[in-house]
Design a protein around this ligand. Structure first.
Ligand SMILES: Cc1ncc(COP(=O)(O)O)c(C=O)c1O
Length: 483
């Protein structure tokens, strides 16, 4: 069984011609760069990609980035730039924002962030501006920070740094930008984390409510990088309202499932959150980038993202975002989103029936998180390397209460957006589960204390690579492009 053909898996003669020509132009200046570009394509064609955060963008998305919109400075927002001559960047940004608003049904969309991390920084500062700076300015009877006295400014700067955020813990699947110390968000906010219930592996909303009442955060942050379930955003908004928090959701991972109408009602963050951030390049299948959606009360603050925390907007990437949002508004994208989830279920079932322990027992989104320590006596680091030897690309990930810590880990995170783009179907995901389990059963730690070194049966690894190559042969990436 396979899915409807997606743009990256559909033969396009003109895309082939365009890239051949582009490579000629590039190679004439620096052939090593041209070779690396071709090399990356060859490598992506060789790998069975189960990395949950990666995908294959369409030729239209990729081609929209290689042009002179890149040469234009356009700090500010549409119609309010710090530079002259921004007519066409204005058009591009407006088109992309209009598509984003229509796609997600939000009051406002800001499509400038260069990545997911940048989108979160824009959101944090917009919330601080609305909740902390605006009242301070009103209190001082001035319109902007430049008019504050030195004493009032010093007081406001203290207040910025004294705010609290409640986000999902890293081992339950949260992201570093959700208030963890190695990231600027952790240096800025006093953060507390909510985890998942040890029995179910899912968020316990009663526990979250009690924690929020005790901690009283300015921001309640939903969203995740490695949580295989679908949070209930209606309940989370209720909790935020009860404690006076702004409810923000980072949907970087599952934006494609929202766009495709798989996550609706309580599971769609957009109607419930004040501010929603995202990447464009994961399940949404667009260019590398980010964006912010928000209610109209937060819009003027979000729009100040550049130059407050962002460098000049990337007009060429906003053009590609516009293409990706337009693609996601097509009915075929909703079939794609449904297929991502069907494939993840097939992978989870295939792994579980072969004896693998899965975090939360399975999946309801695009992510399947394997506990490889319990299932195979391996660390995530060993399993990640062994799977690569077997032809499957994944990444190691902490699991809740991980005994092996954040570096070696006990988990392997897998996800189905990329293979679904290529047209893989549930039967093939079941076969991939078999390849993975066969390879991991043939892998042992190199010695009793080894956390990185491992030994894999060479014959099993070779056979597995063969099986992966055969599967990939059925679903070529960018057919018609010969580089
Ligand atoms: C939930 C979440 N937010 C933000 C990011 C950061 O995205 P980017 O790498 O585009 O900055 C990621 C990426 O892994 C993510 O999973």
């Amino acid at each position: 069984m396979s899915n409807p053909a997606s743009p990256a898996a559909t033969e396009s003669k003109s895309a082939g011609t365009a890239w051949t020509a582009a490579q000629e132009v590039i190679a004439a200046v620096e052939p090593n760069i041209a070779r690396a570009i071709s090399g990356e394509l060859a490598s992506q064609r060789r790998q069975l990609k189960l990395i949950a955060s990666e995908n294959y963008a369409s030729p239209a998305v990729l081609l929209a980035m290689g042009n002179w919109l890149s040469d234009k400075y356009a700090e500010g927002t549409v119609g309010h730039r710090f530079y002259a001559g921004c007519e066409y960047v204005d058009q591009v940004e407006q088109i992309a924002a209009d598509h984003a608003r229509a796609l997600f049904g939000s009051d406002h969309a800001y499509v400038q962030p260069h990545s997911g991390i940048d989108a979160n920084m824009v959101a944090f500062w917009a919330i601080l501006a609305k909740r902390v700076e605006e009242p301070a300015l009103a209190n001082a009877g001035v319109k902007n920070v430049n008019s504050l006295t030195d004493a009032d400014w010093a007081d406001l700067r203290q207040k910025f740094n004294n705010q609290r955020m409640l986000g999902m813990s890293l081992d339950a699947g949260g992201h570093l930008t959700h208030g963890f110390r190695p990231n600027i968000s952790g240096k800025l906010f006093d953060q507390a984390s909510y985890g998942s219930d040890p029995e179910t592996g899912q968020i316990d909303y009663d526990a979250l409510r009690a924690q929020a009442k005790e901690f009283k955060p300015l921001i309640l942050l939903g969203g995740y990088s490695a949580y295989p379930r679908t949070p209930n955003f209606r309940i989370m908004r209720e909790i935020a309202d009860e404690v006076g928090a702004t409810f923000m959701v980072d949907m970087a991972h599952f934006a494609g499932l929202v766009a495709g109408g798989v996550l609706t009602g309580d599971y769609n963050p957009v109607p419930h959150a004040h501010v929603v951030t995202s990447t464009t390049h994961k399940s949404l299948r667009g260019p590398r980038g980010g964006f912010v959606l928000c209610t109209s009360e937060y819009a003027p603050f979000v729009d100040k993202g550049c130059p407050m925390v962002l460098g000049g907007p990337l007009g060429h990437v906003m053009a590609a975002k516009g293409i990706a949002f337009a693609e996601a508004r097509q009915p075929s994208f909703s079939e794609y989103a449904q297929a991502i989830v069907a494939n993840a279920s097939a992978l989870a079932e295939g792994l579980a029936k072969r004896g693998v322990s899965l975090v939360s027992g399975g999946t309801s989104n695009h992510i399947v998180l394997l506990d490889v320590a319990t299932s195979f006596g391996l660390t995530g680091r060993q399993a990640e390397s062994a799977l690569l030897d077997a032809g499957v690309v994944t990444n190691r990930n902490s699991i809740p209460r991980d005994p092996n810590g954040a570096w070696y880990t006990s988990g392997i995170r897998t996800g189905t957006p990329a293979l679904t783009t290529l047209g893989f179907g549930p039967d093939e995901l079941d076969e991939i589960a078999d390849v993975m389990v066969t390879a991991l059963k043939a892998t042992k730690p190199a010695n009793e204390t080894a956390k990185a070194k491992y030994v894999i049966d060479e014959k099993v690894a070779g056979d597995s690579r063969q099986r992966c190559a055969e599967l990939l042969g059925r679903h070529p990436l960018y057919p018609g492009i010969e580089l």
